[in-house]
Design a protein around this ligand. Sequence first.
Ligand code: GTR
Length: 326
Amino acid sequence: MTILKTAAATLLATVAFTATSFACEVTLKSSDTHPDGYPTVEAVKHMGAELEKATNGKYCIEVFHSAQLGQEKDTIEQTQFGVIDLNRVSLGPFNNIIEETKIPSLPYIFRSVEHMHKVMDGPVGEEILDAFADHDLIGLGFYDGGSRSFYNSQKPINSMADLDGLKFRVMQSDLFVDMVAALGANATPMPYGEVYSSIQTGVIDGAENNWPSFESSGHYEVAGYYTLDQHLIVPEVLVMSKTTWDKLSADEQAAVRAAAKSSVPVMRELWAEREKASEAKVREAGVKIVSDIDKTPFIEAMKPVYEKYVTSDKLKDMVARIQATK
Ligand code: GTR
């Protein structure tokens, strides 16, 4: 019965989708590593509905969720080449390509999610979005990525010393490799999709992420210790391929920007709900959570990372403006 119901639901969904895609002249392909229902996926669907309305059905968006189009680093390249039209990604995998993206990816640069919103919604955020244009991409807006903390399969982390010698997966960014090294642990950059089995087989001891990703990826099933050191509040970004963008009229480009913008508050609301739901699920599963960790030594340990990555006057100025944002 359940199977039948599922089959019927799939069929209905297919029919509904086919109807939509037939009605549209152009269906834009959008990539996301997260599963269907995840806030980022739903926000891009919202954008698609807005775009369809604004262009009288000329443009639709189909979200290829669950990494159907590949892992983030590869999908970024495909978006630059114009094979993928839109991509929702963390700023992390851009760090090695677009220097401005390193700044909001610095550990403890934001004091809170509210601080991050204020900065990314303001001139610094605009400058970072503009920087994508030199890399065959159009930055359309920022989404939330919560705050990222360490989890592992071995032991509770109650202080920085407990990280010593553990091996953590990080996103494919040199900055994050150095961040983990500065804390006394070892970092292995690897695609998100390989983390579950790598923890399970002991290739790594753990990784770091926010509540919704820790939960939806199932990593909490293999990593039973989560310490809320909140070292990163990395925003996520929605980008369009410049190849796709150049095919649009000025009015259509404006419609894309407006539709993307309208999806930001939707995403933030969904995110707040999902964070709570994911936390509840992870706690219920019996994961041991350390939430009273002293972050001061973590923050101090990041000085060499700032020295290594905040090199030009332009980047120094950006950091100063972020720190001055109240
Ligand atoms: C998630 C983020 C993804 C991806 C993933 C990762 O929080 O939403 O875009 O970057 O982390 O760790 O690879």
